[in-house]
Design a binder for this molecule. Structure first.
Ligand code: AMP
Length: 148
């Protein structure tokens, strides 16, 4: 049986996000694993929405900022040829939602970038560190340099 069968890649739409996603896709192909995609909405206001709310992907909304994020997410999902049922757009705090989804979906490998939108100011991104600390499964951090 392959080592990994159910991989989750976390994307933040930073410039290097496509590089992280491509690595995860290559691993999924190599292991013949299911590939899941998550983006956590933490950069737009979502009043009256509790953390952990899963945004439906098949319904348009009248909230312009959410539509922009939803379309970016769906474009990435289509580019990676990920089945919509394995795509998760969730309102909340990234590290918490990534690790909670991973536990719920019996993920065996989480793939994150070593850095993201929060930049290279720290040795390793805060989300990556949090995911490594809280995940119940293996975590692969894709090493990103400042030109990626
Ligand atoms: P950062 O903590 O911003 O340096 O991000 C490190 C990595 O965590 C990124 O490369 C992504 O893989 C992941 N990540 C950060 N923010 C999010 C988010 N809002 N949704 C999903 N993944 C994220």
């Amino acid at each position: 049986m392959p080592i990994y069968q159910n991989i989750l890649v976390a994307i933040d739409f930073s410039d290097a996000g496509h590089f992280v996603a491509q690595k995860a896709q290559s691993l999924a192909i190599k292991f013949n694993a299911r590939l899941n995609l998550i983006h956590v909405l933490d950069n737009i206001p979502m009043p009256d929405t509790p953390y952990g709310t899963v945004i439906p992907l098949h319904e348009n909304t009248t909230y312009d900022l959410l539509e922009i994020e939803r379309n970016k997410f769906l474009t990435t999902a289509d580019r990676l040829e990920i089945d919509r049922k394995n795509c998760w757009l969730i309102w909340g705090e990234p590290q918490q939602e990534i690790t909670q989804l991973a536990a719920r979906e019996h993920i065996d490998l989480i793939v994150v970038g070593s850095h993201g939108r929060h930049g290279l100011s720290m040795l390793m991104g805060s989300t990556a560190k949090g995911v490594i600390y809280h995940a119940e499964c293996d975590v692969l951090t894709v090493h990103l340099r400042d030109n990626q």
